[in-house]
Ligand binder design. Structure first.
Ligand code: FMN
Length: 206
């Protein structure tokens, strides 16, 4: 039964299948302090790599920020928000408080993963790479869920700030950040919002 996987939950061992994970996975907004073990993170992202990838490009790349690595990363996020005008660039008490609370919140997340790829110049190839990297992300999210690990897939304005990319050591004209994943053990799992029945989205032509 290869598609079954075991993970330890508070009251024992829970067995879940990939089909349950597809439905039960939720985007996680609050995380426990506990870090995810490096071997589990490696497993999770390895499952990600089984995403379909045209010409076997496997374009996904990851910068994983954790422990002391988070401080500098978060400073760069704040600097970017100030550069693009989402946070005022002054030193008023209000601004400083806002920065402090944002930093505290971001620091409380155990791991941040920047998922990026080298953009091909050809727009069709670029679509292929982007689509494949998104499939990688969802595979990783589902694998994570099977290990009891939660993620939040975020797309934020700083991902389009050339200065931010340069500060991460990425060439902004050559690289696209597809997502920043927030990762950790869920403190709270949001309720299932449900989904629209697929018949409402599907036209059958025969
Ligand atoms: C491409 C993409 C970007 C997202 N960006 C954000 C984000 O920036 N902030 C956020 O809170 N959720 C973000 N989400 C998560 C969605 O809000 C979430 O998937 C949706 O509400 C459905 O909830 P579920 O994932 O728990 O089923 C993003 C999801 C996707 C696919």
């Amino acid at each position: 039964m290869e598609n079954f996987c075991f993970y330890v939950v508070e009251k024992g061992v829970k067995r879940i299948s990939i089909l349950n994970s597809i439905k039960e996975r939720r985007s996680i907004h609050t995380f426990k302090e506990r870090e995810v073990d490096w071997n589990i993170l490696k497993e999770i992202f390895t499952y990600g790599t089984y995403a379909p990838t045209h010409y076997m490009k496997e374009s996904w790349k990851i910068k994983l920020y954790q422990r002391n690595g988070k401080t500098d990363f978060i400073d760069k996020i704040i600097a970017s928000y100030q550069r693009i005008g989402m946070i005022k660039n002054d030193r008023t008490e209000k601004t400083l408080k806002m920065i402090e609370s944002m930093k505290r919140f971001l620091l409380s997340i155990p791991h941040h993963a920047v998922i990026y790829y080298e953009k091909p110049e050809d727009p069709i190839r670029n679509e292929e790479e982007y689509a494949s990297v998104c499939a990688f992300i969802q595979n990783a999210q589902l694998a994570a869920w099977e290990y009891g690990v939660g993620m939040l897939w975020t797309i934020t304005p700083y991902m389009h700030d050339p200065g931010f990319l340069n500060e991460l050591g990425l060439e902004h004209d050559k690289v696209k950040i597809a997502a920043v994943l927030q990762i950790g053990y869920p403190k709270k799992v949001p309720q299932d919002k449900g989904r629209t029945p697929i018949e409402e989205k599907m036209e059958v032509i025969e």
